[in-house]
Design a protein around this ligand. Structure first.
Ligand code: RFL
Ligand code: PHB
Length: 389
């Protein structure tokens, strides 16, 4: 097989990159380890920045998002019963869109099918060879046979546990990491959301998040120790704990019901540098992970795709390689700012096991300051709605 850009990973990064390249007349092949149903079943992000909404629209996959997504002009941060509203619209003139990652991925799969792009599922043992040279070769197992794909460029969109990052020799890359000593237990339930806007809750019992997918589907999270397993949390225990962490008025009015999904995700900050090794480029979670507290992971993957698709089109259609030479530095500038914001939000809202009494007071003081200072709220809003790209 032969193509211009081989894309490893058919998650949101890989699919969006493929879609934008195909629309510009660049040929791609997407290699995905899991089945399409598995990719679409992963419940993850829910908040899209306005730049993400704009790029999805430009990619021709905005129609259903515009119909079914819910624009949010603000969100709440709470500290026990103190509620601080961050009015994105008033502070920045922008808003975010609540539209699930599962929906974004589904829209992209449909658009890619309509384009006739080759997306191979169930691909195993991907090996990227000669990426430093002009013609990389990607070999893999598919339906029991070893196959090879020659290409001009390889985009590593295969998430944190993929093979692309490890293809760059260890001596040529640097990794920065912070692992947090807790996870998020997430529950999806067919109940109306308890608030019309997302609530990020600091409480004396730890962090909780009240989010949603649509008017009849809610998404909630509570901070839990890393040693906990989803089986340890009956629905009743989950709702009881969530109620204790949300502001009491909201908790009392919250409608509960059976969970339809329950999982625990660890929290981590991670960056690998650089994002380029010869003709191999790292994109999205393959290169960086943020804790979900700032809703930045998917949005950061999208801004990487924005920079890389322009760079690849310039290289392949205009013989101009300045974009691919600058991709890593340009993307990393935005990545580090999102890292800082996600880390800061995580520190402001989570209880750290074994922490001293001073730490809890610092969180309270940060939230009290946000309640009184428009400057502080604007700073948060500017980062939350997404820095420009
Ligand atoms: P993905 O989604 O991990 O997709 C990578 C794909 O590559 C495949 N793959 C391979 N394919 C072939 N060969 C291999 N060797 C392969 N290894 C892996 C995988 O099967 C997969 O299909 O990475 P991508 O595309 O970069 O997208 C990143 C986003 O998924 C991620 O950043 C977000 O989900 C993070 N995130 C959030 N981001 C936001 O912007 N807003 C949010 O509100 C938000 N909430 C969240 C989140 C992530 C969460 N979890 C579970 C980590 C909430 C949670 C709980
Ligand atoms: C979600 O709805 O899943 C969600 C919302 C906001 C976050 C993280 C996750 O910061």
């Amino acid at each position: 097989m032969k193509t211009e850009v081989a894309i490893i990973g058919g998650g949101p990064s890989g699919l969006l990159l493929s879609q934008l390249l195909n629309r510009a007349g660049v040929a791609t092949v997407v290699l995905e380890r899991a089945s399409r149903a598995h990719v679409l079943g992963r419940i993850r992000a829910g908040v899209l920045e306005s730049g993400t909404v704009a790029l999805l629209t430009e990619a021709g996959v905005g129609a259903r998002m515009m119909r079914e997504g819910i624009p949010h002009e603000g969100c709440y941060l709470s500290d026990d019963d103190l509620m601080v509203r961050i009015n994105f619209h008033e502070l920045t003139g922008k808003s975010v869109m609540v539209y699930g990652q599962t929906e974004v991925t589904q829209d992209l799969y449909e658009a890619q099918s309509a384009m006739g792009t080759t997306i191979l599922h169930g691909v195993e043992d991907v090996v990227i060879e000669c990426a430093k040279d002009s013609a990389p070769v990607v070999s893999f197992l598919h339906e029991g046979a070893r196959r090879t794909l020659t290409c001009r460029y390889v985009a590593g969109c295969d998430g944190f546990h993929g093979v692309s990052r490890g293809t760059i020799p260890a001596a040529k890359r640097q990794e920065f990491e912070r692992v947090y000593p807790f996870g998020w237990l997430g529950v999806l339930s067919e109940t109306p959301p308890c608030s019309d806007e997302i609530i990020y809750a600091n409480s004396h019992r730890g962090f909780a998040l009240a989010s949603m997918r649509n008017p009849t589907l809610s998404r909630y999270y509570v901070q839990v120790p890393l040693s906990d397993r989803p089986e340890d949390w009956s629905d009743a225990r989950f709702w009881d704990e969530l109620r204790r962490r949300l502001p009491s008025d909201t908790a009392e009015a919250m409608i509960t019901g059976p969970s339809i999904e329950k999982s625990i995700a660890p929290l981590r900050s991670f960056v690998a540098e650089p994002l380029r090794w010869g003709n191999l480029f790292l994109v999205g979670d393959a290169a960086h992970i943020v804790p979900p507290t700032g809703a930045k992971g998917l949005n950061l993957a999208v801004s990487d795709v924005y920079y890389l698709h322009h760079a690849l089109i310039d290289a392949l259609k205009r013989d101009d390689t300045r974009g691919i030479e600058g991709y890593s530095d340009l993307a990393l500038q935005r990545i580090w700012k999102a890292m800082r914001f996600s880390w800061q939000m995580t520190m402001m809202l989570h209880h750290f096991e074994g922490e001293d009494s001073f730490a809890a007071q610092m969180r309270k003081a940060s939230l009290a300051h946000l309640a009184r200072s428009e400057t502080a709220r604007r700073e948060l809003a500017e980062n939350y709605i997404g820095l420009p790209f």
